[in-house]
Structure formats: structure tokens, C-alpha cells
Design a protein around this ligand. Sequence first.
Ligand SMILES: [Zn+2]
Length: 430
Amino acid sequence: MLKYGRKFGNRSITTFKHLGQTQWLSRDEINSYQIMKLKKLVNHIYYNVPFYRDIMQSTGIKPEDIRSLEDLNYFPVLTKKDINDNFDNILSKDFKSRMVIKASTGGTTGDPLIFYRDFNTRFWTEAALLRGWSWTKYRIGDTVIKFSNNDFPSLLGKMRTKLINMYYFPAFAEKDQLVDYFTRLNSHNQFCLTGLSSNLYRIAVECARLNIDYIRFPVIFTTAEMLYDYRRDLLEKTFQGKVYDYYGCNEIGSLAYECDHDNKHITDEHVIIETINSNGKSVIDSPGEITITDLDNYAMPFIRYRNGDVGTITDKSCPCKRELRVLKSVDGRSQELLKTSKGEHIPSGYFPSKFKDLAGIKRYQVIQHDIHRIELKIVKSNSFSQQELSQMIDIIRDKVGITVNIEVNTCDHIPLTAVGKMRLVVTHIP
Ligand SMILES: [Zn+2]
């Protein structure tokens, strides 16, 4: 809140309080709330955003035709390429009079994207984060320790985050440094730990190795990567707390937060999330490509934006009594699903739990070049054994079929993505 100074902090807090009430709306009330915001947004884009005005005029759709959530189907899915190709036309005509933040995403994975978010959507993002975090024992002002890699803030950023009691530590610290951090952490009255699950997992493994058992975090927030059960278990055991995973993306932010019943509730008041199958239909209870409509970014509206992830939404109820939709799973990026000759998809999350005990393999990446050819890149550790490698190959072959050619390449290093994530599976099949 204080990140943006007093004025913006107040807006985030007001929105946070509002979300504290709307989280108890019934499903029908949530739908009405979304339709109300969608109508307002469509009215805005019709008169102010040339890209959408053209689409609506070419299909004969008027703002008053939007009456239900299904009417979102009038709009095509928006891809990164669409945004890059039509950049100026997706900006609202009143863009210059709005307060905006320029941001970017992409890099080593997929197409890079530059985009603008207005302050309104930032308030909602911030407020939704506070609400999601408030579903845990976290309360505003509690100390948060963030292990971070390349989004390490500037000096000014560090000063600002100090105001909200967030302290940064570099995630790729060397072992001696880690001991030093843990000693410092022990003198903080720390409460929450946050970071990428792979980073936090690595730190928990180091703790076990160094016999450090005195660090406690009642609440552990993980994000931005798939959280595997074995990682969750180790984090909870090591830090004697509860893990809450949340889901977001740079372009829109604050998409879904886990409640006490391990269900990720979508921030329905801020976004409309759909999962779309290969026939272009919105589906429930089966996996589909995630598309997101940001109901609050008027500077550069994102309608049915495909962020590249695959996930499953369910409308089953949650014991916490919130009727915000539940994102049952995020199965990874669509370019991270192995495809078999039978047309099945294997999520990248299948392998980590199978390979986690292979001490001789420090890192790996499964690259599918085509349906018959898979490359397995490995970084060996000192305890490498041929037997473990054969085990890995058998596990992969068991899933993709015995006729697939698996070639092994040993390397010294497998690069992380621009935001420090490890891609375990890369598929070059469209
Ligand atoms: Zn719940």
C-alpha cells in the first residue's frame, strides 16, 4: 500500500475492504457483479479502443448486446502476437490522461511483450493480494521475507518495501551466505516466507543439509511455478508452517489465491478467467488454455488474453463457503506439455516427483523436438550413476511410448527463464 504513497495506498486499502465483503457473495451475485463490470468495460472499448471497435463493428456487436458472461464469446482470444501487431490500436484513446505503468514479460520463453497497466488495475491487484494473504494468518504489517532472484528491487524499492515490512534476500545465495541469512532471519521476528517454490524448496533442502532447524515461518507463500506436493511437504516440515500457493501473471496479476482448504479461488471481482479447449469452447472440470479478461485495465484492455498456461476450473463448492470460482489446477504452460503419438498430453508436473530422489542428476530438461524424438538434457552431480539415468529414460519412455527416440545430452548448465524459473519440459510441437 505504502509502495505508492499515501494516496494510492488508501485506494488499495479501500478496495481490499470492499473485497472483504464481496468474497461472501453468492455465485449468482458474483455473476451479476462481473456482468456489470464487463458491460462498463465493453462500453469503454467500443468508444475508445480502435482494435476492439473494429472487431465489434465488423461483427455488428454493440455495447448493449452484452447481457451475460457468455457474450464474451463475441470477442476473439487475444494473443501476445495480436498485442504486438496492434500495439497502438489496443491503447485507449484517453491513454495519455490515465496514470499507467509500463511493464514487460517474456524473454527466453515465448514472445516478449511490452504492455501498459493503469493504476486502477494495480489497486485491484494489490487489494486482491492483500485479501488472498488475509485468508491465512498473515495480517498487514507482519514481516515478510522474500527470496527473490532477478526482480530484486532498487534501493528505492527496498526502502519502500521496508515500509510494509518486506525484506529481500537473494535466492541464489551461496551456502555460507545462507547460514548468515538464517542467523539474521532468526533475529527478525519474521512471519511469512515468500518466493518461487523452486527457490524456497532449494533453501529448505539446504536447511536440512546444514542441520538448521530453528527457522520458523507460520505462513509460506509460493507463486509463479507449479507447486509439487513433495515441495509443499518439505517446506511445511522444515519451517513448521502452512504453505499457500497463489497464481498470477505479470500482465494481469492477482488471479487466484489458496484458502485454508487448499482451493485456489479466482479473484472473480477483478478478472474473468476461462479455460478453453482445442475446439475453442469454454470448459469446466477439464483442462483448457487459460484466458483472462482484466475488468479493471482501461488504458490497455485485455479481453480473453491467452497467457500460455493450461489449467482446470471447477464449479464445485469449497468448505470455506466462498463461492468465488476455484482454479483446481494449473498444469503448466502449453509449451510444457509433452505430447504422445496417441494425442495425449503429459503435464510437466508429472516428472518432478518421479525424479526427485535421483541424487546423481542435479538438473534436467526434457525437450520434445517432434513426436518421435526427445532430448534429455542433464547436469550431473558427483554421485552420478548410469543406473539412475536409465531409470529416468525408462520413466519417460513409459509415458511417451517405446518407439520414441530419447537422446541424452550432458551439459554443465541449463539456463533458467528470464524470471528465474526452471523449465523442466519444452515442447516444440505446436
Ligand atoms: Zn475455499
